[in-house]
Design a protein around this ligand. Structure first.
Ligand SMILES: [Zn+2]
Length: 288
C-alpha cells in the first residue's frame, strides 16, 4: 500500500504561462501586478539565452518545454523541420504519454500546435487548442490571446484531473515586431499581465483547489531591440526571464543561475517525477 505517497504526489499541479518577447528591463516601469505577485511569492530572475541558441522563438520555446538545448532538440529557427521531438518531447506530451498525467497546451502561434512549418512543438498533450489569428496584426493577436486565455480558463475549470498545462501568449512579441518597443508594446505587456491574472483566478476557483498544490511558472523566450526585432546577441535580445512560485520555492530565493531548460525540469520535479536519465535533460529543477 502506497496510498499516502500517491495521494501527496497527486496533489501537485503546474501551470506554465509563456509570454513571447517580454523585455526584462522594461518590467519595472510597467503595471504588472500579477507577475509581481508571483515574484514576491517566489522569484523573478533573468535568463541569458546561451550563445549557441539563436534568440528566436522556435529554438527558445523548444528548449523551455523540452528541457534540452538546441544540440539535442534540433530546432534552430522558426521552422521546426528536422527536429528531434520524437526523442525529446515537450513536457505536456511526455507527461501524457509516459506518466499518465492529464495535460493541455493552448495558444495561437501555428507551428507550436499544428503540423505547419515543421511543427507541432506540442505533439500530443491530452488536450490541445489552437486559436488562429483573424489577421496578423497587433490587434489580431490581442484577440487571439483573449481567446487563448478564455480557453485556458475553461480547461482549468472543467478538468478535475488536470496535472499540467502550457498557455502561450503571443501578442507582446507581435506588437514589438510591428511597432517597436514603444507605448503599444508596453500596453501589450500590461494586457498579458491581466490575462495572467485571469489564469491565476481560474486556478484558485478550481473545484478541487483546496486539495491541490500549484506551481506557477511564467517565462519569456527572448527580448527585443528598441526598434523591434530579435535574433542577435545584444543584451536586450538575449536577456529573457523566468518567474515562479509554489511548493519548494521560498519567497525571495531566486536560483543563482537559471536556464530555459530548467522550466521543463522543474515541471517534472514539482509533479514528483524524477526525470529518467534517458531523457538526458539539460535543465535542473529551480531548487537544485
Ligand atoms: Zn519569441
Amino acid at each position: 500500500m502506497d496510498t499516502a505517497q500517491d495521494t501527496s504526489r497527486n496533489t501537485a499541479r503546474v501551470l506554465v504561462v509563456g509570454i513571447d518577447g517580454v523585455r526584462l528591463d522594461l518590467l519595472p516601469e510597467l503595471a504588472t501586478p500579477h507577475l509581481d505577485g508571483i515574484a514576491r511569492a517566489g522569484f523573478l530572475a533573468p535568463v541569458e539565452v546561451d550563445s549557441v541558441t539563436p534568440t528566436m522563438s522556435g529554438p527558445c520555446w523548444t528548449t523551455i518545454v523540452t528541457g534540452v538545448g538546441v544540440a539535442k532538440h534540433g530546432v534552430w529557427a522558426n521552422r521546426f523541420d528536422g527536429n528531434r521531438l520524437d526523442v525529446f518531447p515537450d513536457f505536456t506530451t511526455r507527461l501524457a504519454a509516459e506518466c499518465g498525467r492529464r495535460t493541455f497546451a493552448v495558444g495561437g502561434w501555428a507551428p507550436l500546435f499544428l503540423a505547419q512549418q515543421g511543427g507541432p512543438l506540442f505533439v500530443a498533450p491530452a488536450r490541445l487548442a489552437y486559436i488562429a489569428p483573424r489577421e496578423d496584426t497587433p490587434e489580431g493577436w490581442e484577440e487571439v490571446d483573449e481567446k487563448v486565455t478564455a480557453e485556458a480558463e475553461h480547461l482549468l475549470g472543467v478538468d478535475d484531473d488536470l496535472h499540467a498545462g502550457f498557455v502561450y501568449l503571443g501578442a507582446v512579441d507581435e506588437t514589438a515586431h510591428f511597432l517597436g518597443c514603444g507605448p503599444e508594446y508596453r500596453r501589450s505587456i500590461e494586457a498579458a499581465d491581466r490575462r495572467l491574472g485571469r489564469l491565476l483566478t481560474a486556478v484558485r476557483q478550481r473545484p478541487g483547489h483546496a486539495t491541490e498544490d500549484w506551481t506557477v511558472i511564467v517565462v519569456t523566450d527572448h527580448g527585443h531591440r528598441d526598434e523591434g526585432g530579435h535574433g542577435g546577441r545584444s543584451p536586450q535580445e538575449r536577456t529573457a526571464w523566468i518567474a515562479a512560485c509554489g511548493p519548494g520555492l521560498p519567497a525571495g530565493t531566486a536560483p543563482s543561475a537559471l536556464h530555459h531548460a530548467d522550466v521543463a525540469a522543474h515541471v517534472y520535479t514539482a509533479l514528483g517525477i524524477t526525470p529518467d536519465p534517458h531523457w538526458t535533460l539539460d535543465g535542473t529543477a529551480f531548487t537544485a
